[in-house]
Write a protein that binds this ligand. Sequence first.
Ligand code: UD1
Ligand code: CA
Length: 473
Amino acid sequence: MSQLDLAIVLAAGEGTRMKSTRAKVLHEIAGRSLLGHVLNAIAPLQAKEVRVVVGAAKEEVIAHVQLISPNAKTIYQEVRGGTGHAVKLALENYHGSGTVLVCAGDTPLLTSETLSNLLAEHNSTNASATVLTTEMPDPSGYGRVIRDKDGSLAEIVEERDATDSQKQTLEINSGVYIFDFLELRDALSQLSASNSQKEEYLTDVIAILKKSGKRVGAFVSHDFTEVLGINDRSQLSTCSFIMNARVCDALMRSGVTIVDPMSTWIDMTAEIDVDVRIEPGTAIKGNSKVGKSAVIGPRTTLVDCRVESGAHVLESHCESSEIGFGAMVGPYSHLRGGTVLAGNVKVGSFVEIKNSKVGESSKVPHLSYVGDATIGTDSNIGAATVIVNYDGVEKHQTIIGDHVRIGSDSMLVAPVTIGDGAYTAAGSVITEDVPPGALGMGRAKQTNILGWVLKKRKGTKSAEAAAKKEGST
Ligand code: UD1
Ligand code: CA
């Protein structure tokens, strides 16, 4: 791939139209910030240096750049003097030469492929500047590309400065350019702010170069969606939709079944193996990994989860959890952070598990809460069992061994240990350890007061029913 000397990403704008307390470029689509998408797209071009111009919400943006792209430099633009002014600042203290890419931090759909085609075109034509352009079905808001009679690029006119006939032009400036550094530096020194916004427009560099007899070129992208810029939440949603379609499409091509891509949202950071089947209404987010032939959904959310092959997770919400080989989760399970389910575990309806390990083939089938616990292999946790992990001040651990049978509606008051092969009686409140093989029983012994209804509830249907039964026996 051709060598790029410097990449400049402009990200100082206020993003006023987002109506947000967050910087525009930090809004996310497909699990990555807008700026992250742009930095990701330029990465394969291996620029010797990357400079990001920041302004609005600078602390937040600088911290984010340091996190996702530690080698990139950030440059502070105190006053928004326009895209030309921003590039001037970015070039301060730059002593290199060669080729410079300029793009904006709010065009997350740009691909590395298009960028490297643009660079190749620039290099092969020996131009001073090459602009990435495209024909937009609705060009409103974008700078228009004005060509000479011979078809060559003449200038870029911002919409607010354009004449009515210039506004008819469908070819727009994407805001992505490759420049020869020295030519760019000279042209920037001639910029003025004599336009409707009183800003120094980077776009004016094109006409300046052209007038001084330099060669400027346009590289036309045939996919206008790649250069869609985000200025408001409606465009954020449009780009999110397009990015999601790309992610789903790539997954389907790689052997994943997605029953309804329109209702399936997958972050580009997720990894999904072949023959996985994703049912409608499912979201797979963050650094989730899903192994071969697993079934996810319908209506399931996985955030940073690892799902081993053959597992089924349906109608459930799972965060930072591991779901073992062949495990069954749901419907209506909630796995919270630190849940680790071994192979062939079953977690059923209305079960919440947090920070707990469940051993191979164990089952928590119905209506339970399991928190801060370790459960061994082949154990069964009866319906409506609650692990009482919190004493109001601190959380405590519960250990349940192998082949344990916890009776329905047991309260296991932590810290407590239930030994291997032990049972608890249904309805018990277990506050003491249960040794291996023992039956732990923690409830009042039942007594039946015979004839009570006939005496105390005379004349009721119950009494009538009881009387009939007595008569018949
Ligand atoms: C710009 C182009 C326009 C093009 C469009 C493509 C100019 C004058 N216009 O318009 O021709 O069609 O992009 O999306 O360049 N920024 C700074 N500092 C500034 C001003 C802007 O860093 O002083 C950054 C913004 O944060 C943004 C980018 O530069 O990331 C573009 O600025 P924006 O105001 O969005 O320009 P557009 O009006 O979209
Ligand atoms: Ca813009």
